[in-house]
Write a protein that binds this ligand. Structure first.
Ligand code: TRP
Ligand code: ZN
Length: 878
């Protein structure tokens, strides 16, 4: 146990800052054994806040070298320093404070604040990293213009970057130089950034809609200079899109992107100087898969979009995190939909929500989109805040319509430009611009848990009416036992017996009724009567996943197959296929079916053979529900039985459809040169799915095809696809040969090594616990690099579920052991890795008790970080 329990922080305790900052000027002197930071702040008492005598600044692990007030050195009885703050006693109303601190970036393994990554200095300040650089009011509602001077050795660090515009540079004695940057836009310190290193610059430019030229600059290590084009192109597309769709123009003359190898998350939207995890920005067909290309495009866009949704309008406090993250995820999702296939993008996102977010919402860390308390804010960068938050914004978009939503976002940006605001201010802008009341809708921000819609229908032949009864409920979550009804936009259609959409007449005499409608659910129960329905229709419910809810309706397998081939909503076609597969797998598990339903095989045969279907959609429809999703749907989940049942279905499908799979492979192979056009991407996805299935049943012809594809591949999608198929097969000699070859060829490329690790640790056949342990000892593994940790340990615990959930508990003990070892070095990553264990209550007793024991073994450690403590404590509570 730790000696002092971390304290929870509550939204209800929010107080305005007692002091505000007029301007900050920072000077960084970078050395090989540390860095000296001199911060000059102009502070004043906030007239709108409760008056306080002393100024209290946040600061952690800083060595204080001196404090001056209005230029005069302060003696020790005028201030107090402890491990988290600097208190300057009895300050005047307005003053200049100069603080000098010494910090050790070289020893910073937490990757928060200023640290070193492969020879360069870089920063990560969100959420509370700036307090590890200097003493400051480290809270997002304190905004100031920053000026930053960086001094460093000229040879080692020729490139010196910070936010804003470069205003001065020059040489210093001893082979050193300096550059000064000024950011005219007041910002919270979490958006501060600094980079110093030996980097190459790739430039491009963008002319804004008002005719200003913006210089775009990407900085990477010299060995990555061939991997910048895709990010720069994505950036330009994002800049154009934000002008067209939101009327938002970029506001500085320079926009910079930097790639760093060691990074806790994906990327960071620092004003004018976005910093990326290398794996989320560097791309090249030879080494980057199609999936990674798309991910990079969306992350580059996401960070760029933050310039308005996050930077120009920022968060008042960290409880409002979804204000920027939910909105920005929604924006990047719409951008990706516009750049490619909206249906494919929607399916990918919903898959993620229904698997990861629904699981979070049903577990001990469940929290509302706007949480009301936290111990460590880093733990709240969650799928709930990001993805569910984006769903909430999407529902507002659905309720207001595209034009109403744009009016709302225009009002939001103009009303709050330069301010630090709340999710409530966002909703208010939407209300005011549209004259609508979103009072009940606000519950989406306040109540955790996934609502359940239970739907019954009744067809009256004589009256020609079809009645839907929809009830909503929401299970209890930690600290919230009773839930009030949500305001839910529920999109639906009704299919006639030929699969055509029927007009949805809500009264007998409604003329020109639409064939798809959004019903608004606000009560615990609603009854909708549709008129003029000649025969019993098949309902297409919650089209395009119009709300983040579970739908319970007693579909028959016939109805699902019918929807799979006829629904005009592509998303619901996919969804019907998923529900059918889930139903078949679960019937095998509970013994109600003793063989795989032939109708599933026939449905998949149709998918594989009908070349007229949208091939991108087909490739998604072929993917069986994942084990993670099947676990999420279970009450007392038994991962071994889930694995076995899913395995039976997959084996049956691959065996029965062998010829169709081979034909599908051939149909989608050869021809045009590499391109990232959606059609080419779909062809690669389909041929790799076909290979995967065939190798799953150890088909020898497919093995030869895969080996050939591996060797001949012109791109990483094909090469990694073939490698993955072989690694997942029983062809052990080939697996070892390809893995050896892949490593030999790419061991100098970190992104390739990460793929190499994850293809092994995620594979049930290759990734035994011994093998995964072996990977941790491999020369290419690096405990200081979060990507490596994620690609071995994270992938094992989140994707290799049959192995992780070994009945003897060995997988759990392994994970606990790694978490305990990592926590003192990188608590953010340690806490994140613990996620899979926290859901122990969801599992069958055989597993649950051992998962719990693993958590207890973590809790018994001497001193846990606040990050890890919060996660483990909450999941063991009660
Ligand atoms: N704000 C970033 C984004 O979503 C993510 C982020 C938050 C982050 N905290 C971080 C990134 C810590 C790296 C490290 O765009
Ligand atoms: Zn973000």
């Amino acid at each position: 146990m730790r000696d002092t329990q971390p304290r929870a922080i509550y939204l209800k305790d929010y107080r305005k800052p007692a002091f505000l900052v007029d301007s900050v000027s920072l000077c960084f002197e970078l050395f090989e054994d540390g860095a000296r930071v001199t911060a000059i702040q102009h502070l004043y008492r906030n007239p709108e806040a409760e008056q306080e005598r002393d100024l209290v600044l946040d600061g952690e692990e800083l060595q204080l070298e001196g404090v001056l007030l209005d230029g005069q050195p302060l003696n020790a009885d005028h201030y107090d320093v402890d491990s988290t703050s600097l208190r300057v006693k009895a300050v005047p109303d307005r003053f200049e404070l100069t603080v000098t601190t010494w910090i050790r970036p070289q020893e910073n393994t937490r990757l928060e604040g200023l640290y070193k990554s492969s020879g360069m200095f870089c920063t990560q300040c969100e959420a509370e990293g700036f307090r590890r650089i200097t003493y400051y009011l480290d809270r997002p509602d304190v905004m100031a213009p920053f000026s930053t001077r960086i001094e460093a050795d000229r040879k080692r660090y020729p490139v010196l970057l910070s936010n804003g515009n470069e205003v001065e540079r020059g040489d210093l004695d001893g082979g050193r130089h300096f550059v000064t940057w000024e950011d005219p836009f007041p910002k919270p310190c979490y958006l501060f950034a600094l980079v110093a290193g030996d980097l190459v610059e790739q430039t491009d430019s963008f002319r804004t809609q008002s005719g200003r030229d913006v210089s775009l600059r990407m900085y990477v290590e010299p060995r990555n200079s061939h991997k910048t084009e895709h990010a720069l192109d994505s950036l330009k597309r994002a800049m154009r899109w934000d002008e067209e769709v939101y009327g938002r123009e970029y506001d500085l003359d320079i926009f910079m992107i930097v790639a760093v190898d060691d990074f806790n998350m994906g990327a960071m939207e620092n004003k004018g100087l976005n910093i990326f995890n290398s794996s989320c920005v560097l791309a090249n067909p030879e080494t980057t898969t199609d999936l990674a290309f798309q991910r990079i495009e969306s992350i580059v866009a996401h960070e760029y979009f933050h310039n308005w949704s996050g930077n120009r309008v920022t968060c008042r406090d960290w409880f409002q995190l979804s204000l920027k993250e939910g909105f920005t995820v929604f924006r990047d999702a719409c951008f990706s939909a516009d750049m490619g296939s909206p249906t494919v993008k929607r399916i990918e996102d919903v898959n993620m929500i229904r698997t990861a977010q629904f699981a979070e919402d049903a577990g001990p860390m469940a929290h509302p989109v706007r949480p009301d308390s936290y111990m460590e804010i880093s733990n709240f960068y969650t799928v709930t805040v990001y993805e569910k938050g984006a769903e909430v914004v999407r529902m507002i978009h659905t309720l207001m319509g595209p034009e109403g939503f744009r009016k709302g976002s225009d009002l939001y940006f103009s009303r709050h430009d330069g301010q630090a605001v709340t999710t409530d201010d966002f909703v208010k802008a939407m209300e005011d611009a549209n004259g609508r009341d979103l009072g009940q809708f606000r519950r989406w921000y306040e109540q955790a848990g996934t609502p359940v819609l239970t739907i019954e229908d009744h067809y009256d032949r004589d009256a020609g009416t079809y009645t839907l009864t929809i009830r909503q409920s929401c299970p209890p979550t930690p600290g919230q036992t009773e839930k009030a009804p949500f305001h839910i936009p529920f999109a639906l259609g009704l299919l006639d017996d030929l699969g055509r959409d029927l007009p949805l007449k809500l009264s007998a005499d409604e003329a020109d009724a639409p064939t798809s409608r959004v019903l608004e659910l606000t009560e615990p129960e609603h009854r909708f009567v549709f008129h003029g329905v000649p025969r019993r229709p098949v309902p297409s419910l919650l089209r395009h996943f119009s709300a983040p809810v579970r739908v319970q309706y007693p579909w028959t397998r016939e109805q699902l197959m019918f929807l799979m081939s006829h629904d005009s909503d592509g998303f619901n076609r996919w969804d019907a296929g998923q529900r059918l597969a889930v139903d078949v797998i679960r019937a095998l598990m509970d013994g109600s079916d003793d063989a795989v339903d032939e109708r599933l095989v026939e449905a998949y045969r149709r998918l594989l053979t009908d070349a007229d279907l949208d091939q991108a959609l087909v490739s998604l429809m072929l993917a069986l529900p994942t084990e993670a999703y099947l676990i999420e749907l279970s009450d007392a989940a038994a991962p071994d039985r889930i694995h076995e049942a899913r395995d039976r279905v997959l084996t049956q499908l691959a065996t029965s459809l062998r010829d169709e799979l081979l034909a599908c492979y051939r149909r989608n192979t050869g021809g045009a040169a590499f391109s990232l056009e959606p059609e080419a991407v779909a062809r690669r996805a389909l041929r790799n799915t076909a290979l995967n299935w065939l190798l799953y049943i150890d088909d020898e012809m497919a093995r030869d095809i895969a080996l050939n594809q591996y060797e001949a591949a012109s791109n990483m999608t094909d090469r990694a696809g073939a490698l993955r198929a072989i690694v997942n097969s029983g062809f052990v000699a080939e697996r070892e040969r390809l893995l050896r070859h892949f490593h030999e060829r790419w061991h100098n490329d970190p992104q390739m090594v990460e793929q190499w690790f994850s293809v092994q640790s995620g594979s049930v056949r290759c990734g035994s616990l011994e093998h995964v342990r072996g990977l941790l000892g491999h020369a290419s593994f690096d405990w200081k690099n979060p990507n490596k940790i994620r690609s071995v340990i994270g992938v094992f615990a989140n994707q290799n579920l049959a192995r992780f959930h070994a009945e003897d508990g060995s997988g759990y003990r392994f994970l606990a052991e790694q978490i305990i070892g990592l926590d003192p070095h990188n608590p953010q990553i340690a806490a994140r890795l613990a996620g899979p264990l926290t859901r122990w209550r969801k599992y069958d007793a055989r597993f649950a008790s051992q998962m719990r024991q693993a958590l207890e073994s973590i809790m018994q450690q001497g001193s846990l970080s606040r990050d890890l403590y919060e996660v483990v404590h909450k999941s063991l509570k009660d």
